[in-house]
Structures are given as structure tokens and as C-alpha cells.
Design a protein around this ligand. Structure first.
Ligand SMILES: Nc1ncnc2c1ncn2[C@@H]1O[C@H](COP(=O)(O)OP(=O)(O)OP(=O)(O)O)[C@@H](O)[C@H]1O
Ligand SMILES: [Mg+2]
Length: 357
């Protein structure tokens, strides 16, 4: 009977992530006591609506099997337990895998990923860049890469090296219109190839640019490998919005530690000067970092140079090293490094719950 209960609970989807609660590891146990069925869920910090929804859905699912008295108990997930576990899976010879995530599209994830990679590299780190935004890969354009990678005799993929950074992009390998219709298993396969079938070499940091929001790529990444953590990119206008909360809730659900927040498009650099004007209320990124008990890694100002450099294929950190924006990327890199060191000392990784690699 236990199995049947578990099976019907597979039909219950976590409403934000649209994945079933079993796959997300939210089911702790089911207790059967005559007609009383107790469903115990371990949840990240979700809002009241989500809790009520999950409670109703679990009850309804169990009631399909009979006239039971269903009691759903919810406990907040204890995040300390997984933070200290040993790394179960990583990518060979890669010390830190860092995911770049955001709640919404267009906040500057890819811009941050490329410039942060270069800034980290300028500070002596060996960095690789994985563009995992299978729905809209933009890093090849931003890095000015037009060739496609080759396979070696062992059928391993050789990243393209540009500005000293080995790079693999989903744009090199998949046709865009096909990727749009892919579902979980196909995405899972491609993500595991990016991690396991690429000759990344020895890296201090592998930066992974993800698609916006919460979906299959994020889930596959969490299930394929242990990552050191994620950097959450937001803009001042978005810090208070539901998308950011959803992205944070996704990280908690997938047990991915948060390394820090980057507030992008934070103030406007007056052209030809070193002056920054704040058009929107400032301080949101810091508040968000405080709320999530993490660090604000940097505030990156809005500067038209970023866009121009991106189009030209030479990231601003290289093209305009003396600019304010480049300074802000360098300080993001310094702060990220100190977080990575701290997390490594504390043994913090994401814990892979369901990996097949
Ligand atoms: N600080 C900035 N100043 C000026 N322009 C910026 C800044 N950050 C990003 N941009 C521009 O905003 C646009 C969106 O940035 P980007 O592509 O990095 O966002 P994204 O979050 O990766 O988007 P998507 O969700 O579509 O992948 C780009 O044209 C980029 O050049
Ligand atoms: Mg992008």
C-alpha cells in the first residue's frame, strides 16, 4: 500500500517548479495507522499559498485510493544537514562549479557570466564557461566565438578557448528550434554531456550560465552534479518581485547553496564621466542579500559600453579595463572568491539526491 500512496503522490506538482514532489525529494515518509494516513513533507521556505495548495493536492491524491483520513504534516527542510555533506559528484578536476541564475530573463546573467569569468581569470583563477541557456545562448556572441568545438579520438568535446577561457555553449551543439520543445529527459541528457563529456581540464571555477527562471535545466544541473553554489543576479527594480523569491525557493528546493547576490543595472554611468546616477531606489540588492543570509557580491552600474562590447564580442572587462563597470566586475570576482574559499572551508556543496552519472 505504501508504494501505491507514493505513486499517487507523484501526481502532485510543486506549483512554482512544476515538478512532482517525489522527484524534488519533498516526501519524507508516509505513516499508515488504520484509516489515518499521515503524509510528512520536508519543504523549503515556501509561502502560505503553496503550503495550502500542496496540502490539498496531497489529500486529494490519497483520497483517490480510498476513504481515508488524510493528514499532511509539513516541516521546514533542515538545510544544515546537507551543507556539510561530502561532495558526491563533481566534474573531474574542477574545484568549484558556480551557477549563475535569475528569476527573470534579461537581467544580465550572460553579461555577468562572461565578465565575471574574465575578471576571475585576471585575478589568477583558471576559469571555464558553460553556456547552459539552451533556449537562448548568447555567450558565443558576447565572447566573439564563431567556430564549433571538435571531438577528440575518445569522443570527448574540446572547448573553444577564447581570451584564455575554455568555453562550451549549447548554441554550438543544438538547433534552437529543437531545444524549445525539449522536455526533461532530453535536457537531462544534454546537461550531463556538458559536464561529463567535455574535456574541461584543470579548473578552479566552472561558471555556468543558466536560462532564466526555474525549470528543467536547473533541475538537471542539480541532479547531475554537486555545485559549490549559485550567484543570483537581479536588477534594482526586480528585487522585491515574486520571480526572485521563486528563484530563491528553487535553490532551496534543489539544495543549491547561495553564494551571493549581484545587483545589475544598479544606477546609470553618465557617459564620459565616472559619475553614477541612481534612477531607482538603491540598496535593494543588499536587502535581498540580508534577507537570504548571504553577501551582496557587487552592484554593476548600467553602462551603454556593456551592450556595445557585448555586440562586438569583446567583454567590457577586456575592452574598457579602466571603467567603473570593469571595477565592479573585479570586485564581484574578489568577493566571489572569498565566498568560495569560505564555502570550501566549511565543506558546503549542493547535495546530489538523484544522480545517474
Ligand atoms: N549593466 C549593464 N549595462 C548596460 N547594459 C547591460 C547591462 N547588463 C546587461 N546589459 C544588456 O542587457 C541585455 C540583456 O543582458 P543579458 O543577455 O546578459 O541578460 P540575460 O539575463 O542573460 O538574458 P536572458 O535571460 O535572455 O538570457 C544585453 O543586451 C546586455 O548587453
Ligand atoms: Mg542569457
Amino acid at each position: 500500500m505504501q508504494n501505491e500512496f507514493t505513486q499517487v503522490l507523484e501526481t502532485v506538482l510543486e506549483p512554482n517548479l512544476k515538478q512532482d514532489i517525489i522527484k524534488l525529494g519533498m516526501l519524507d515518509k508516509i505513516e499508515v495507522d488504520g484509516q489515518i494516513i499521515r503524509v510528512h513533507l520536508n519543504l523549503p521556505h515556501v509561502d502560505e499559498n503553496t503550503r495550502t495548495y500542496l496540502k490539498d493536492q496531497c489529500s486529494q491524491a490519497i483520497l483517490q485510493l480510498g476513504d481515508f483520513d488524510v493528514r499532511v504534516k509539513m516541516r521546514p527542510r533542515d538545510t544544515r544537514a546537507w551543507q556539510n555533506q561530502k561532495v558526491p559528484f563533481g566534474v573531474q578536476n574542477v574545484r568549484h562549479i558556480v551557477l549563475v541564475v535569475s528569476g527573470k530573463g534579461g537581467v544580465g546573467k550572460s553579461t555577468v557570466s562572461t565578465n565575471l569569468a574574465l575578471a576571475l581569470s585576471q585575478q589568477g583563477q583558471k576559469v571555464g564557461l558553460l553556456d547552459c541557456d539552451i533556449y537562448g545562448p548568447s555567450i558565443p556572441t558576447m565572447m566573439g566565438v564563431h567556430e564549433t568545438p571538435k571531438l577528440n579520438e575518445d569522443q570527448k568535446l574540446l572547448p573553444i578557448e577564447k581570451f584564455g577561457i575554455p568555453l562550451i555553449s549549447s548554441g554550438f551543439l543544438i538547433e534552437q528550434d529543437k531545444a524549445l520543445i525539449w522536455r526533461g529527459p532530453m535536457i537531462h541528457k544534454i546537461v550531463s554531456q556538458f559536464l561529463g563529456d567535455v574535456l574541461w581540464g584543470d579548473l578552479d571555477i566552472l561558471l555556468v550560465d543558466l536560462p532564466p527562471g526555474t525549470g528543467d535545466v536547473q533541475l538537471s544541473m542539480a541532479q547531475n552534479t554537486s555545485v559549490r553554489g549559485a550567484v543570483l543576479v537581479t536588477t534594482p527594480q526586480q528585487v522585491a518581485l515574486a520571480d526572485v523569491k521563486r528563484a530563491h525557493s528553487m535553490l532551496e528546493t534543489l539544495k543549491i547553496p547561495l553564494l551571493g547576490v549581484i545587483e545589475n543595472m544598479s544606477g546609470f554611468v553618465v557617459p564620459g564621466s565616472n559619475e553614477i546616477i541612481n534612477m531607482f531606489s538603491s540598496g535593494g540588492g543588499q536587502k535581498l542579500a540580508d534577507l537570504y543570509h548571504t553577501k551582496l557580491l557587487a552592484q554593476i552600474p548600467l553602462d551603454p559600453k556593456i551592450c556595445a562590447c557585448g555586440d562586438e564580442g569583446i567583454p567590457v572587462v577586456l575592452k574598457e579595463p579602466a571603467s567603473l563597470v570593469s571595477d565592479s566586475f573585479l570586485s564581484a570576482a574578489r568577493n566571489l572568491c572569498s565566498q568560495l574559499d569560505q564555502f570550501e572551508r566549511d565543506g558546503i556543496y549542493s547535495n546530489v539526491t538523484e544522480t545517474k552519472r
